[in-house]
Design a protein. Structure first.
Length: 658
């Protein structure tokens, strides 16, 4: 490996994936952990943490450790000071104490069961790699010069701990153990759990551990642990002009393939366009084909130095993303590139400002409507997420109920190899129901969440981190509906089969003719697309009014945010927020609920006086009964391929070209 001792660079996390398979074993005793930078809030540097655990005699210790060590590390004071080795060691020793407490409380398996551990901290800001391990789970590092994976240099960063090794033998003998050639049992000298070989349980009576032909017998009068819980450490400094591949593996992988084979397979698969999840799955699947295969787990991590020139890769890499000049960011972003593709047009922000100015001009001369996009920045998306949890806002629960009841029927319409693109994805709790079903059915699908806030895409995609699915891959699209439509019309995207989702009765915010034209623009003859849309058909005035005018004021806060956003764009004094209210009205003739901004007194806007009570439309929510749905499909020239309805008139429609 090249010396990188002088590098203090920023690194980009290009991908993280994980896979665990049973092999020939009846039970899965492996566990893994992936913690991305968002999990380490309050840290100056951008950190990521990965770990694998290989249990034996039970999954109890591996399960407990995988959950508890991650918790301990996220609150570690040593970690905040950059003392990664101390943070890991303290977390492991705290875990051991909790296992002992569990044993005294009656969990006897903690005495006879145990686990290996391989743990990695990556400081993405400074290019520091800290590795720790117990026993025979390992961390492998591949280093490449740029994108050329053929020049890969491979190094194992961890140490195998076996009783027959000189250092381990000396420690065991110092603790009162002796090696002999009796057969049986486990090959253990370090690890988590196995409390029967550690103080205080070790000295309760004669104990033994064995490995292959080696057996360790104990003299109770001697002090010290036969099985140590103190890990081996290695610190490695990364170079900013390099590409790195990390693999954390249990012995179900490393006992079936050598290190060079594993790392070259990972690098080649990444070069061929596979994402980190599928690369990890490829490694574990190969390991599982060995005779009498063990549980096999692999966590794959792709790292690029910032001087590598190629800071972002994705499965599609459209031309305008590859050649785009990065725009200046007003919000600090972590040094991690999730699979979010920036498809924004350069005119989007200018267009929003122009639309807002036109709306204010119209308001000065009569009725006007504010651009709805004002509502949908990071803060607005979070406000709306709160709305969806309000007891009176029935739309979300109606849609969730339909998705849960009919998820497999819906999934049957989505073929393997296709794309699933959600317009205005927001919180992913609804779509995850469908993604779970697709994964269970073995559908190889790429899911794309389209939204206008990078921060919210990054946050919500964390709901489906690497390793969540075996067959479904998740990506983000940063942009507006128009940006998404333009992106889908790119030649390399247009040719793929696509199902486009518009859930949450989002179409209700369009005027009815515009809603039909909007749908039609996505399903053109050459687009290879179909649609899954959610439409609320409830026209019960009382129920609708209660949904959009909750007593807690959650919806009102969301709509009022549109004026806050207008002040951010045009200046803080544009709207005096104390003088503006939000009201909701049911329009029976139009079948829509309308929300307005209403000045409580005469106010000045753009140098004009707006009289008290003059309404400015914030957003409409049209409801679609059977006749409305038929009219929508006729105008859009779409046919209903399938439909699902709740007893409260909420509908999911699968639409396609006739």
């Amino acid at each position: 490996m090249a010396d990188a001792s002088n590098s203090t660079s920023t690194f980009t996390l290009q991908g993280v994936g994980a896979s665990s398979v049973l092999g020939s074993k009846p039970n899965q005793e492996d566990r893994y952990t992936v913690l991305l930078p968002d999990e380490f809030s309050g840290h100056t540097d951008s950190l990521a943490f990965f770990a694998v655990y290989d249990g034996h005699a039970s999954d109890k210790v591996a399960e407990h450790a995988s959950k508890n060590i991650r918790r301990l590390l996220t609150i570690s004071k040593e970690l905040r000071q950059g003392n990664y080795e101390s943070a890991i060691e303290q977390a492991i020793q705290a875990e051991e104490k909790e296992l002992l407490q569990g044993f005294w409380a009656g969990e006897e398996l903690y005495a006879v069961a145990g686990s290996t551990a391989a743990l990695v901290f990556v400081n993405l800001t400074r290019g520091i790699l800290v590795v720790a391990n117990l026993r025979d789970s390992h961390v492998l590092l591949g280093e490449a010069d740029g994108a050329d994976h053929t020049s890969l240099r491979v190094e194992r960063l961890t140490t195998s701990h076996k009783p027959e090794h000189a250092g381990e033998r000396h420690r065991i003998e110092s603790a009162g153990g002796t090696l002999n050639t009796d057969s049986g049992g486990l090959n253990i000298s370090r690890g988590l759990g196995d409390l029967q070989y550690k103080l205080p349980l070790k000295d309760i009576g004669e104990q033994s551990i064995s490995g292959g032909q080696e057996k360790v017998c104990v003299e109770p009068s001697k002090k010290g642990d036969l099985v140590s819980s103190y890990p081996s450490f290695k610190r490695y400094t990364l170079q900013s002009n390099r590409r790195y591949f990390l693999a954390l593996t249990t012995d179900g992988v490393t006992n079936t393939m050598d290190d060079e084979t594993i790392m070259h397979q990972i690098a080649e698969s990444k070069h061929e366009g596979m994402d980190a999840d599928r690369v990890a799955a490829k490694i574990t699947e190969k390991a599982s084909k060995a005779p009498s295969s063990d549980n096999a787990t692999c966590v794959t991590v792709f790292l690029d130095g910032h001087n590598l020139c190629k800071m972002f890769e994705s499965v599609v890499s459209p031309p305008q993303v590859r050649g785009r000049v990065p725009r200046v960011q007003t919000v600090a972003r972590p040094a991690v590139a999730t699979n979010i593709i920036d498809i924004r047009s350069d005119e989007a922000e200018t267009q929003l400002r122009h639309s807002l100015e036109e709306s204010i001009h119209a308001a000065c001369h009569g009725e006007a409507a504010m651009p709805e996009l004002l509502l949908w920045d990071e803060k607005g998306l979070r406000y709306f997420e709160d709305v969806t949890y309000a007891p009176s806002y029935y739309l979300t629960n109606e849609e969730i109920g339909l998705l849960e009841k009919h998820k497999y029927q819906i999934a049957e319409h989505i073929p393997s190899g296709s794309m699933l693109i959600e317009l205005g994805s927001g919180n992913l709790r609804k779509i995850k129901i469908l993604l779970d079903a697709l994964d269970e059915l073995g559908r190889e699908v790429d899911y794309f969440a389209l939204d206008v806030s990078y921060q919210e895409l990054h946050r919500t995609l964390s709901i489906v981190p690497p390793g969540t699915f075996r067959h479904v891959r998740c990506f983000g699209l940063l942009g507006t509906y128009d940006d998404g439509r333009d992106w889908m019309h790119l030649p390399e995207i247009r040719s793929r089969s696509k199902t486009i989702l518009s859930l949450g009765s989002t179409l209700g915010s369009f005027q009815r003719p515009e809603a039909a034209d909007f749908l039609a623009s996505f399903v053109t003859p050459e687009s290879n697309s179909s649609l899954l849309i959610g439409l609320d058909g409830c026209k019960d005035a009382d129920r609708v009014l209660a949904a959009y005018n909750d007593p807690e004021g959650i919806n009102r806060q969301f709509i009022k945010h549109g004026l806050e956003r207008a002040n951010e764009i045009l200046g803080p004094d544009t709207f005096d927020l104390d003088k503006w209210a939000v009201i909701g009205r049911w329009d029976a003739a139009q079948g829509s609920h309308n929300q307005y901004y209403l000045p409580s007194e005469d106010v000045s806007l753009a140098g004009k006086t707006i009289p008290a009570g003059r309404r400015i439309l914030a957003v409409k929510s049209h409801k679609y009964d059977a006749d409305d749905r038929d009219a929508l499909c006729r105008r859009a020239e779409l046919a209903v391929g399938d439909a699902w309805a709740s007893k409260n008139q909420y509908n999911l429609l699968y639409l396609e070209k006739p």
